[in-house]
Ligand binder design. Structure first.
Ligand SMILES: NC(=O)c1ccc[n+]([C@@H]2O[C@H](COP(=O)([O-])OP(=O)(O)OC[C@H]3O[C@@H](n4cnc5c(N)ncnc54)[C@H](OP(=O)(O)O)[C@@H]3O)[C@@H](O)[C@H]2O)c1
Length: 314
């Protein structure tokens, strides 16, 4: 199945309210017009009265879009292995509910996280359910999220026995979260198994855009996190800024392009047309080897990088 060179993550977390919907639709349209056609969401995105809202919006935007690349749109969702989901049928029901919110079949269905760290056997029937969806033709592709190389190989074996390919694996990957590749070796295993690695939170939630500083911190849960990250990443951020200035690009564009140069598909979240426009400008060119080496070096020096997702497995 075809996916864009990068994609738009639609998480509807901090700062979302319904008054943003028109702007988000413009973001969606701009992305598709520019060839960004993979849209990632999750059935756990949006809580309380916003439950399922992200999937509903993406479905509506897709139906209302008319223009270039219309037939390339790929709606990817992640089904959560909630404690009350136990059987393969639970996964089929979950997928049907997501498809209903989309108003169409899911293109890429992903297991949101592995239960290996706390309930190792819970996920096997659920993964079998994902396989059933593929075999029944209800999804075009199956992917995983937050799996490490050991667990990935086991799941790959399970699917290979049924002749089901794994399309993608998404992990937290950015200049401030290199461990999945440098420590766990996930990219290498993905390459060996023919799986596309998707880089989520490629801007480290906004730290790598350069717009935040100790004097200008975001509110909410990012506030405390950014205080620490901004001080650990000082030298990396200067390097990003220098490369951005030399190339007449923005720091966000450099950070996203670095992910592309590493052979991954970044899915930056954009909340406004201007952010999306900027992020689209990360495509169509490449950092050179010297710039990548300089960024790698600075990234390796960061003593306290972004914390890994608690569900990330080995
Ligand atoms: N599989 C998983 O477990 C998992 C976990 C997390 C995320 N994801 C996926 O990855 C997607 C993206 O990740 P994310 O939203 O966590 O992090 P991100 O892409 O690293 O950061 C997105 C945030 O950065 C800011 N931003 C984006 N573009 C910008 C620009 N050009 N200039 C300035 N600021 C900009 C915006 O926030 P402000 O404007 O408020 O600063 C935006 O919400 C999610 O939507 C989701 O689909 C998956």
């Amino acid at each position: 199945m075809g996916c864009g060179t990068w994609a738009w993550g639609n998480r509807l977390l901090w700062g979302y309210d319904r008054s943003m919907d028109d702007e988000l639709q413009k973001v969606f349209n701009l992305c598709v017009e520019n060839g960004v056609t993979l849209f990632d969401t999750g059935d756990s995105y949006g809580t309380g009265t916003l439950s399922g809202r992200s999937e509903e919006l993406l479905g509506r935007f897709t139906q209302e879009y008319e223009g270039a690349n219309q037939d390339q749109i790929c709606l990817a969702t992640k089904l959560a292995p909630y404690p009350w989901r136990w059987t393969r049928n639970d996964m089929i029901n979950a997928a049907n509910a997501s498809a209903k919110r989309f108003g169409q079949n899911i293109n890429l269905v992903q297991m949101h996280w592995s239960t290996a760290n706390y309930f190792p056997w819970q996920e096997w029937p659920l993964l079998k359910g994902l396989g059933d969806l593929y075999e029944k033709g209800l999804v075009q592709g199956v992917g995983l999220s937050n799996y490490g190389p050991k667990r990935l190989k086991k799941v790959h074996q399970l699917f290979a026995e049924r002749g089901i390919p794994i399309t993608s694996l998404q992990v937290q990957y950015s200049l401030l979260s290199t461990a999945p590749v440098t420590d766990l070796g996930i990219k290498q295993v993905c390459d060996e198994l023919g799986i596309q690695m998707i880089a989520y939170s490629p801007l480290c939630l906004g730290v790598l855009t350069g717009k935040y500083s100790q004097d200008k911190l975001p509110s909410g849960i990012r506030n405390l996190l950014f205080r620490q990250l901004l001080s650990s990443a000082r030298s990396l951020l200067s390097c990003l800024q220098e490369i951005a200035q030399n190339r007449d690009k923005t720091m966000a564009q450099i950070a996203i392009n670095w992910c592309i140069c590493k052979g991954t598909t970044p899915i930056p979240g954009a909340k406004s047309v201007s952010q999306a426009q900027q992020n689209i400008g990360a495509m169509g060119w490449r950092l050179d080897a010297g710039e990548i080496a300089a960024l790698d070096q600075e990234a390796a020096k960061v003593e306290k990088p972004m914390v890994q997702n608690i569900f990330q497995t080995q």
